[in-house]
Design a protein around this ligand. Structure first.
Ligand code: SAJ
Length: 433
């Protein structure tokens, strides 16, 4: 299939890199978003998210005239839906007395509805948003068929999950293997032709529901692996071993690869996607459910560690280092670090947080300061929540000069070794007692 023009719906963490990468590979792209702020920022030649290399790619795409943005879709050869699929904050399902979260598919539904008037015979529609199994056939196809065209017959329809790692999106977009699951083999083949414009990794063709499962399995596998690391960190405290050392040694086994414990699992992928499987089949997902609960409880483990370190938290001054959901990104969505700060504050602690990738995070009720220096200057304890490079590279004597605090709560093993205690700090490390 020859594709000259694409319409990308959703210009967020995935849609914008995808739209601009197609555009820098010579394809005309119209990027559509319902958020006027996103559109006005792009029209001014700026971007609304932090991702290494994205600004340069968007600038190049705008400069070569191949990318333009709009409130509404336009006719095109292919449509890509890359809108968020979060879960509902105010609704849950229940199975056997256990509550689970429910996928909010409203953005996918309205993106699909927006395409209907522009859909023509022979077009290709691809859903990239992470979605519960069968979304493409059961939710998307019926909406698109309101155009009076039949999916798989009059137009081509496929699911192709994005699998890129925030922080490395532009590289992984090109280099990773890509899965295309068509509702028909012709749809998969058309998807392959589309992404072949820039994908250098293998392009694997399968059916739509398998592709949806693949995506959810990948992130669920990672969630379960992190959950076991977090559970090990609790056991390590119980048996008085250093979990970081134990994991390092266990991972020397050729068939073992345990991930790292930490303050919990955040972001808009791994902490969300396993719920899509639980919602779809709660009676079959006990392990997945348990892993989600372990990871969601992890901020409470950090909270307990802080209690161990400081005793009563009332009126105690704590510097929280990092608010993003993981190192080197500015994304605060579902961030366990934010949750830890809230738990400490609820107990009466006075917390000053610093997030170098988002110096003004605008989080209600949280005091964020722009620099590390101002966060620690009058602290009694310093709590390392995110392994940002600038934090990890801090030397003990430098931190000792910046702060009167001599208590460190290290939740991410960012400050290992003896140097910290030698510099006069008392270190409380997650997974070490
Ligand atoms: N985390 C740990 N311990 C670890 C690794 C991660 O606690 O050993 C935490 C992080 O701090 C973070 C969360 O898990 O809070 C998730 O971070 P991540 O780097 O594991 O993953 P994401 O959510 O940034 O990106 C994932 C990736 N999926 C997999 O690696 C299987 C990415 O490839 C997907 O494209 C992305 O989800 C997505 O969009 O679904």
């Amino acid at each position: 299939m020859k594709i000259n023009k694409i319409c990308v719906l959703g210009l967020g963490y995935i849609g914008l890199p995808t739209a601009s990468t197609f555009a820098t590979h010579g394809i005309s792209v119209v990027g559509v978003d319902v958020n006027p702020h996103v559109l006005s920022t792009l029209r001014e030649g700026r971007i609304h998210i932090h991702e290494p290399g994205l600004r340069e790619t968007v600038e190049a795409a705008l400069r070569n005239g191949k990318l333009h943005v709009s409130e509404t879709p336009e006719e095109a050869d292919a449509f890509i839906i890359a809108v968020p699929t979060p879960f509902y904050e105010d609704r849950t399902g229940e199975y056997n007395g256990q509550k689970y979260k429910l996928a909010d598919m409203r953005a996918v539904t309205s993106a699909a509805e927006a395409i209907v008037p522009y859909l023509r015979k022979g077009n290709l529609v691809v859903l990239e948003s992470t979605s519960p199994p069968r979304t493409t056939v059961d939710l998307l196809a019926p909406i698109l068929e309101k155009s009076a065209l039949k999916a798989g017959k009059d137009f081509l329809l496929a699911y192709s999950p994005e699998r890129v790692l925030p922080g490395q999106i532009l590289r992984e977009l090109v280099e990773n293997a890509r899965v295309i699951g068509g509702v028909t083999p012709e749809s998969s083949a058309a998807g392959r032709d589309l992404y072949a414009a820039f994908v250098q990794g293998e392009i694997v063709q399968t059916d739509a529901t398998t592709a949806e499962m693949v995506k959810l399995m990948e992130n669920t596998y990672r969630d379960v692996n992190i959950a076991i690391a977090n559970e090990f960190s609790r056991l390590a405290g119980h048996f008085r071993v250093d979990v970081w050392e134990a994991i390092r040694i266990a991972n020397l086994h050729p068939r073992v690869k345990i991930l790292n414990p930490g303050p919990g699992v955040g972001g808009h992928c791994i902490s969300v996607d396993p719920w899509f499987l639980v919602e779809a089949a709660p009676e079959l997902t006990r392990l997945i459910y348990a892993a989600r609960r372990v990871n969601d409880d992890q901020p409470h483990v950090v909270f307990s560690l802080s209690r161990t370190a400081l005793g009563s938290l009332r009126g105690r001054r704590i510097a929280a280092l990092g608010l993003s959901y993981k190192p080197e990104v500015d994304d605060l969505r579902e961030s366990p670090a934010v949750e830890v700060v809230r738990l400490l504050q609820n107990e009466g602690a006075i917390v000053k947080a610093v997030e170098p990738f988002k110096p003004e995070p605008n989080l209600e009720g949280i005091t964020a300061v722009p620099t590390l220096e101002s966060a620690v200057e009058d602290a009694e304890a310093v709590c390392l929540l995110v392994n940002h490079r600038s934090f990890v590279e801090l030397k003990p004597d430098r931190l000792a000069r910046l702060t009167p605090a001599r208590i460190l709560i290290d939740c991410v093993n960012g400050w290992p070794g003896e140097a910290w205690s030698q510099a006069g700090f008392k270190v409380f490390r997650l997974g070490v007692s």
